[in-house]
Design a protein around this ligand. Structure first.
Ligand code: 2DT
Ligand code: MG
Length: 212
């Protein structure tokens, strides 16, 4: 019998929902429980493509909207060979944002349909679980001011949330919404238990391709 594979778990949600905190906690918690687990954050600003994306986000550089969308996708594709290798070695990969952020943020710009936005990411490793950390715009606002990067405004984030809701209608994907207004520890416990259940369920199943 083939070796058991790791699970691909995506964390999505609007800004301030706690994705990065929960991603780190999840990987720590899984490792402490004896699982092999790694975290990847998208965009990964450390690669050459990631540096271009970062200079766009911090407004050092203006990039055309289609171009930046394709760069975000390319920044995921450059990780795919290593992601597949790790998953097949039994390592669970937690991704802090994935193609769903890619689609939701570009679609929120208004002149890009969901179908166009999805195309560059068709065929990426399909997440076995997408945890959507749900926080209302009011609760997000209570967590303090947004920063100064592109997209960091409540009006834009509201549009991003609507785009996420459209993506969640796709029942071929395993979306699970969790309440991100709970304490960090309670949310961590809930997320870890859902993640472990998924890891158990998919370990002998083939890795699938996204939106294909
Ligand atoms: P962070 O604040 O998480 O670093 O994200 N974004 C992200 C996109 O527009 N497209 C994508 O494909 C991804 C992964 C979301 C920086 C910003 O980049 C946006 C917020
Ligand atoms: Mg940010």
């Amino acid at each position: 019998m083939a070796a058991r594979r790791g699970a691909l778990i995506a964390l999505e949600g609007v800004d301030r929902a706690g994705k990065s905190t929960q991603g780190r906690r999840l990987v720590q918690g899984l490792r402490a429980a004896g699982h092999k687990a790694d975290l990847i954050r998208f965009p990964d600003r450390t690669t050459e493509i990631g540096q271009l994306i970062s200079s766009y986000l911090v407004r050092e550089k203006d990039l055309e909207d289609h171009t930046v969308h394709l760069l975000f996708s390319a920044n995921r594709w450059e990780h795919v060979p290593l992601m597949k290798e790790k998953l097949h070695q039994g390592i669970t990969i937690v991704v802090d944002r994935y193609a769903f952020s890619g689609v939701a943020f570009t679609n929120a710009k208004g002149n890009f349909c969901l179908d166009w936005c999805k195309q560059p990411d068709v065929g990426l490793p399909k997440p076995d679980l997408i945890l959507f950390l749900h926080l209302s715009p009011e609760e997000a606002a209570e967590r303090g001011n947004y920063g100064h990067e592109r997209y960091e405004s409540s009006s834009f984030q509201e549009k991003v949330l609507q785009s996420f809701y459209c993506l969640m209608e796709d029942k071929t994907l395993n979306w699970k919404t969790v309440d991100a207004s709970q304490s960090i520890e309670d949310l961590h416990r809930e997320i870890k238990s859902i993640a472990e259940k998924t890891m158990e369920e998919v370990q002998n199943k083939p890795l699938e391709e996204l939106w294909k």
